[in-house]
Design a protein around this ligand. Structure first.
Ligand code: GLC
Length: 432
């Protein structure tokens, strides 16, 4: 490939400051519209979580976390003094389960809850299984739901790769409780249902009370933040205090894709996805898509190269390339090709980080650009494994919101811890 064509591919992934500023402004407007009325691209879903943990809550909590790639079940022990420990088991969601129907999916979840309770060494959890005493669990559910309270939620749509269409419009809490009852665990009820971003925010508040945003950068991407209830116009209620809002920012641009500077590779990835035309912003940022965007770009840059020998090229490869450890790609490319791979892969992730900064900057400004330390808690495989991604995001934020008080922190596993922390923070729960 000529240097000129490589430069033009790279240019497609480069976002200038003006473009980023305008994305930040458009996103802020889209989020405001979501807070005001239903049916907007950025859904800004009220979560009805109005109480946050103070870090002193204690107790052992049963938790379930349905993500984009895995199911996790386990026990979170809140130890007070802002500390917690975990006993978590994880299972991959197979293609068969992702392509099935609601009963297969929720029976799988219920069965794994039973399996965990049977095998755990934790005495509180064992008791739940043997004594059939009524308990509540915390359910982290990484998909958009319409909630009218904290323990129910109607599924709006699946994103990422789950396709169990018959669950749409149903209450996912009922689906889980019915599946639990089918295997004799009807005494386990869902006490709190929350998005993974909301859970990350709640869990990190337990650790650091200055937390105001929870962001997921994993298979998908999304954020939740602490809003004033009175500003959530579509709720139609006048109430003081705060409520966490699940932005569902991945759908930004769905009503007007031209708001985002997409390349032909982005358009191809969208067209081949299970949900074409949806989650346009997410498809430019998150782990499920970045590897494929990079692969399509590399195919143009390096036709007939070692790339054709690879069965998969995913986001994990992007992290390996960036850490100068070609891992499973080692020795595949000539020195010259390797340099092309490095710069194209880096450009794809750099753009993702920049877009993520634009939406974080917009939320920060929407909450009044507070001067006080404002912690953003991040969970998800891309944030955890991509080298120095936090520096990329922070440097963009410093340009977009000069003098900001944002502090970015890794909140590893906190999307599951938050299910316990949110449950513990509800009135009537055990507190120290
Ligand atoms: C998708 C889901 C959203 C979730 C995010 C990260 O965007 O719609 O609810 O928070 O993935 O897992």
């Amino acid at each position: 490939m000529s240097t000129a064509s490589l430069q033009s591919l790279l240019k497609g992934f480069t976002l200038h400051e003006d473009t980023l500023i305008s994305i930040k402004t458009c996103f802020k407007r889209a989020l405001q519209q979501g807070l005001t009325s239903e049916g907007q691209a950025v859904k800004a879903l009220p979560t009805f979580i109005t109480e946050l943990p103070n870090g002193q809550e204690i107790g052992d909590y049963l938790v379930v976390d349905l993500g984009g790639s895995n199911l996790r079940v386990g026990c979170v022990q809140l130890e007070g003094s802002h500390k917690f420990s975990l006993d978590i088991h994880k299972w991959s969601l197979t293609e068969t389960i992702k392509d099935s129907n609601n009963q297969v999916l929720f029976d799988f979840i219920a069965y794994k809850v039973g399996e965990y309770l049977k095998m755990t060494e934790n005495s509180v959890m064992k008791q739940i299984y043997s004594e059939s005493c009524q308990v509540t669990l915390g359910f982290t559910f990484s998909y958009p739901v319409k909630q009218l309270n904290i323990s129910h939620g109607e599924l709006i749509q699946w994103n990422k790769a789950i396709k169990c269409q018959d669950a749409i419009g149903k209450d996912v809490v009922e689906l889980l409780e019915e599946a639990l009852a089918r295997i004799g665990l009807g005494h386990i009820k869902v006490g709190v249902l929350l998005n993974d971003t909301v859970a990350t925010l709640a869990a990190h508040t337990y650790v650091d009370p200055d937390t105001k945003l929870g962001v997921i950068l994993g298979t998908g991407t999304n954020a939740a933040y602490v809003e004033q209830t009175s500003r959530i116009g579509k709720l139609g209620i006048k109430r003081e205090g705060i409520m966490l809002v699940n932005t569902e920012w991945g759908a930004f641009g769905d009503d007007c894709p031209s708001l985002l500077p997409r390349t032909p590779m982005d358009e191809d990835v969208d067209a081949q996805s299970p949900n074409p035309g949806k989650q346009i912003f997410e498809k430019m940022i998150s782990g499920m898509y970045l590897g494929e965007i990079a692969r399509l770009a590399l195919q143009k840059a390096l036709p007939c190269s070692a790339l054709d020998k690879l069965l998969t090229f995913d986001t994990q490869h992007l992290s390996e390339v960036a850490s100068q450890n070609f891992g499973s790609l080692d020795n595949l490319f000539s020195e010259g090709d390797q340099a092309v791979v490095e710069c194209l892969c880096a450009a794809v992730v750099k753009r993702a980080a920049a877009l993520c900064s634009a939406s974080i900057g917009a939320v920060y400004e929407l909450i009044g650009a507070p001067k006080a330390r404002t912690v953003v808690a991040f969970d998800g495989s891309l944030y955890e494994h991509y080298p120095r991604i936090s520096e990329l995001i922070k440097s963009n934020l410093d340009k977009l919101c000069p003098g900001n008080s944002l502090v970015l922190q890794l909140a590893k596993n906190e999307s599951i811890v938050g299910a316990a922390a949110a449950l513990a923070a509800q009135p009537g729960q055990l507190r120290k």
